[in-house]
Design a protein around this ligand. Structure first.
Ligand SMILES: *Cc1c(COP(=O)(O)O)cnc(C)c1O
Length: 358
């Protein structure tokens, strides 16, 4: 039996994609082998690599002056790659809005003069600070933001304007969930395991003119230029994860693309937030304009009840609802592959649980 998995990542994949992958598992399109067993220099894999790139470019409307890289190491590796690749003055500004942006800032500090331009730590990361161009150092190599904050359940209501300073965005937990103006960013990166596919592949979208100022100690493997010159095939890529990602891109395109997905996600989020707001039993502490479409943290009146909630929900096939230890309570991660029915089932359960426990 398939369950509704509300995990923050790895998370659900679309069932039709899993079934398609299963069909080709022992014999991919008449090759007599699985994509897992296939040379990354072979024709069928080249076709997968090319199609994954083309579909992502189409889905996200990525302009031609950006390279798309499929690399390893997770989003966390890009915390290091960003300062090592964008090292002109050696200065950069970070906006700290939660756990991952804090980690990115901490790693970057090893490589240069990094500054915290703004933070929402003062109210436990329940909002996104207002940003103005004059908050950034004019000679900063880049400004780094995390667009959707997976643990605290916030997201930017709009893309900040950093003027001529390249904007770098960690979009690990919101990639392909809503339309984003790629041209307003210099670099975007995302681990795959939330909205794209299995863990193991990381997407980097980087403007072509931002690959020249690498730190002298930047490892060859972390240089974006290495990967863009070789079309992500400098060394053995995460072939199988990239293949599944390609199937997810096909699925998303058939569904109507990112605009259609965004509509569904907004509907899902509205159902859940409206239910929570209409209840005096459950609470979400995020300031409304900054509520995430993908990660919805909530609490019951006390910690003991939270614990009971998580256990009782699991028995109903609603899994991984325990909140992150930094926030407590519950968190429903409702990425692209979570169907509307999963949300409805969760809400029904929440109503039932409330009746029994209030
Ligand atoms: C999950 C996540 C990460 C970490 O991703 P890894 O691929 O595990 O390194 C980084 N940033 C955000 C916003 C995330 O949600």
């Amino acid at each position: 039996m398939r369950v509704y998995n509300f995990s923050a990542g790895p998370s659900m994949l679309p069932l039709p994609v899993l079934e398609k992958v299963q069909k080709g598992l022992t014999d991919y399109e008449g090759t007599g082998m699985s994509v897992m067993e296939m040379s990354h220099r072979s024709k069928p894999y080249q076709a997968i690599n090319d199609e994954a790139e083309a579909l992502l470019r189409e889905l996200m409307r990525i302009p031609e002056n950006y390279d798309i890289l499929f690399v390893q190491g997770g989003a966390s590796m890009q915390f290091e790659a960003v300062p090592l690749n964008l090292c002109k003055s050696g200065k950069a500004d970070y906006v700290v809005t939660g756990n991952f942006s804090g980690k990115a800032y901490k790693e970057a500090k090893k490589y240069g003069d990094m500054a915290e331009a703004a933070s929402s730590a003062d109210r436990n990361f329940t909002y996104i600070p207002a940003l103005r161009k004059d908050m950034f150092r004019p000679d900063a190599d880049y400004v780094h933001i995390c667009y959707n904050n997976t643990i605290f359940g916030t997201r930017y209501a709009e893309t900040p304007d950093t003027g001529n300073i390249p904007l770098v965005g960690d979009i690990s937990s919101c990639i392909l969930s809503q339309q984003l103006p790629v041209e307003k960013f210099g670099v975007l990166y995302a681990g795959a395991q939330k909205n794209v596919g299995p863990a193991g592949v990381t997407i980097v979208i980087v403007r072509k003119d931002l690959q020249e100022n690498t730190h002298p100690l930047c490892p060859t493997m972390l240089k974006w230029s290495t990967q863009s010159k070789e079309k992500s095939l400098y060394n053995t890529p995460p072939c199988f994860s990239t293949y599944v990602a390609m199937e997810v891109f096909r699925w998303l395109k058939a569904l109507g693309g990112v605009a259609a997905m965004q509509e569904i996600n907004e509907k899902k989020a509205a159902l859940l937030y409206d239910f929570i707001d209409g209840s005096s039993f459950y609470r979400n502490n995020v300031e409304k304009p900054f509520r995430s479409l993908m990660n919805v943290p909530f609490v019951t009146p006390d910690e003991q009840t939270d614990k009971q909630f998580v256990e009782a929900a699991a028995k109903e096939g609603l899994l991984s609802l325990k909140g992150h230890r930094l926030v407590g309570g519950m968190r429903a991660s409702v990425y692209n592959a979570m169907p509307v029915d999963g949300i409805k089932k969760l809400i029904d359960f929440m109503a039932k649980f409330e009746k029994a426990h209030r």
